[in-house]
Design a protein around this ligand. Structure first.
Ligand code: OSB
Ligand code: MG
Length: 368
């Protein structure tokens, strides 16, 4: 395969409701889509950076810059295009995993479409539907939270994740347990909002039988998570701290986590995400597929990944309607609490051209 160039599309999609976390409130999803043009056809990549570097050090304009200035030119100069070589070629540049992941995804999609094979088949999926959880943002009050959770449970979501931060943790968890009972699969995500000094406070979540607490401490504090894991009974899950198969292996070895959230963007791509799955599976560590408020493009690939055998917990792979009134692709729809794994070539979906045009704020062609 030969690369002709990459089209960068800056897209802004309004969210159905504001999504508040300890790192800020999103009212719209500003993101980058990549249309990778090759001599064998095109492929689509979605870059999961957010507009501001608050969840991770990467951000949309930075990702566009590094793709334009370094990643696309390096890949263009590297000879025959092959998805399994992308990470290796781009490894000369430090970091920027979300930008690298988007480029690798686009190349892999082009390659698989040309060969008529699906992401699911390529990655090793063993299911054709995956159970869907939902991530519930921080709300103005408990009544609003309970209404939101009631709505999601009515729709059929099989697991609820509450975003927490100091001042919004034990009470919301208690309220959800009191109202909806002990049967509901419930977990929390702190997005690094606590320190090890909060261990005793976090132990107050112990009685609520949570599936896990996600990333309570800062990204680099892997040892802190290992200490915390001994002080609380809720299983510790890492998100931000896991950036590669190597960091996953180290976190497991240290006892810093007993569950891992896998987000392909955060770890440099779907191929590295599969390696993390393999490492975790070999250690008996359950994994689940995280989300970054993806459009149908990123969601399609995430759902394929979530169909691998080690993904034994429901992911943040919710239906399109949880995020957008109109998705860029045919919507992912919840049926019996599950989403269908796309079967078509590549990611199995394409953006609707009119819809895409309506939400694209800027297009840029990066020639090979
Ligand atoms: O920490 O998992 C997170 C969204 C954006 C950035 C980080 C996170 C999230 C979510 C929502 O929790 C996941 C989703 O539904 O896409
Ligand atoms: Mg998280």
């Amino acid at each position: 395969m030969k690369l002709n160039g990459v089209e960068l599309l800056h897209v802004s999609l309004p969210l159905v409701s504001p999504f508040r976390t300890s790192f800020g409130t999103q009212v719209a999803r500003d993101l980058l889509l990549l249309r990778v043009d090759t001599d064998a056809g095109e492929g689509w990549g979605e870059c999961v950076t957010m507009a501001d570097p608050r969840y991770s050090s990467e951000y949309v304009a930075g990702a566009a810059d590094v793709l334009r200035r370094f990643l696309v030119p390096e890949l263009a100069a590297a000879g025959p295009l092959d998805a399994t070589r992308v990470a290796e070629v781009l490894a000369v540049f430090k970091g920027h995993r979300m930008a690298k992941a988007a480029l690798e995804m686009g190349v892999l999609d082009a390659e698989l479409r040309a060969e008529g094979r699906s992401f699911a088949r390529e990655l090793g999926a063993v299911r054709d539907r995956v159970p869907a959880g939902v991530s519930v943002g921080i709300m103005d009050g408990l009544p609003q939270l309970l209404d939101a959770v009631a709505g999601y449970l009515d729709e059929g979501y099989v697991r609820i994740k509450l975003k927490i931060e100091p001042g919004w943790d034990v009470e919301p968890v208690r309220a959800v347990r009191e109202r909806f009972g002990d049967e509901v699969l419930l977990q929390v995500d702190a997005n690094t909002a606590y320190t090890l000094a909060d261990a005793r406070h976090l132990a107050r979540l112990d009685p609520f039988d949570l599936l896990l607490i996600e990333q309570p401490l800062e990204e680099e504090d892997v040892v802190g998570h290992a200490h915390l894991a001994k002080l609380i009974s809720t299983p510790v899950c890492l998100d931000e701290s896991i950036v590669s198969a190597q960091s996953a292996a180290a976190a497991i070895e240290l006892g810093a986590c007993s569950v891992v959230n896998i987000k392909p963007g955060r770890v440099g791509g779907y191929l590295e995400a599969r390696r993390i799955h393999d490492v975790c599976r070999a250690h008996g560590v359950p994994v689940w597929c995280g989300g970054m408020l993806e459009t149908g493009i990123g969601r399609a690939a995430n759902v394929a990944l979530a169909a691998l055998p080690g993904f034994t917990l429901p992911g943040d792979t919710s239906a399109s309607s949880r995020y957008y009134t109109t998705d860029l692709t045919d919507p992912f729809v919840l049926e019996d609490g599950t989403l269908a794994v796309p079967e078509g070539p590549g990611i199995g979906v394409t953006p609707d051209p009119d819809r895409l045009a309506a939400v694209t704020t800027h297009r840029e062609w990066l020639p090979a």
